[in-house]
Each structure stands twice: as C-alpha cells, then as structure tokens.
Design a binder for this molecule. Structure first.
Ligand SMILES: [Zn+2]
Ligand SMILES: [Zn+2]
Length: 146
C-alpha cells in the first residue's frame, strides 16, 4: 500500500512508493520555525517520492546541504531534501503531517533534544539525540562514503 499526501489546499499531491517504517521528530530551531511546531518527518529515498504539483511547489535553501519545499498557494511545508553530495544526496524527509493517513507509523527518535522547548515533551521509549551527537553521526556517515 502506497502512502499518499498533499498540502493543505491540495494543489501539491504526492505518493510515497517505498515503505515507511518510522518517523522522527526534530527540535532544531530551523525545523521549529519552518513547521511552526514540532517537525516530524519520514525518510524517503530519492526515487521513492512522486510529486504532482505543477509549479505550485517552491523550495527554500535553508542551508548549504538542504532545501525545504512548500506550496506557494497555501504555505504548507512538504519536505526537506538533502542536496549535498554523499550517501544521503537526494533523500527526502517528508513531513509526517502532510500524509493523508499518518497513523500507525511509530516515533523512533528525537533529534536536537537539547533545543526542545521545555514546555512539552514527547512520551515513549525512543532515541533522544543532542545536537552534538547528531553532528557527530552526520560526520561519521560522510566519512563512510569516502
Ligand atoms: Zn497548497
Ligand atoms: Zn531540524
């Protein structure tokens, strides 16, 4: 079964053709401002996402290694895409909330836990990674690619 999703107004529609096993939350300041809350995403390989949006999707380069796509008609954030060279090049991090049915996808991790506002917390037994731990992991995976 393929997951489908869209932006709020429906101008941008997409289909995920690869299985979705898990979701994670990112508390970094960029994801927080972009999403307006807790950013939760699912990882989709470069060839796993089919987008049907005409020219309503625009991307914003939020850093030198990533861009964030949004609908120009309704403003919904859709996905973060890794654009730097390396093993994750082209990978999509699709917003969980953009899926038509986000149910049944377990939360397996939180990133930038040290940046999480102290007024709320996500329950459950899952990985909680600090910004320092996250950057160390990213550096390791870059090295792995040679
Ligand atoms: Zn829209
Ligand atoms: Zn983030």
């Amino acid at each position: 079964m393929h997951h489908t999703g869209s932006c709020l107004c429906g101008a941008a529609k997409f289909t995920v053709t690869t299985p979705i096993a898990e979701t994670y939350a990112c508390h970094c300041g960029m994801c927080r401002k972009w999403s307006g809350g807790i950013a939760m995403a699912v990882e989709v390989p470069p060839d796993g996402l089919t987008v049907d949006a005409g020219d309503t999707i625009k991307t914003y380069a939020s850093s030198e290694w990533g861009e964030r796509a949004f609908c120009t008609a309704c403003g919904s954030g859709l996905y973060y895409r890794f654009v730097a060279p390396g093993p994750q090049h082209g990978t999509f991090y699709l917003n969980l909330g953009a899926l038509d049915d986000p149910g049944g996808i377990p939360l397996t991790g939180e990133l930038f836990i040290d940046a999480k506002p102290d007024g709320y917390a996500l329950e459950g037994d899952h990985t909680r990674m600090t910004s320092t731990e996250f950057f160390a992991m990213v550096e390791d995976s870059m090295k792995g690619e040679g």
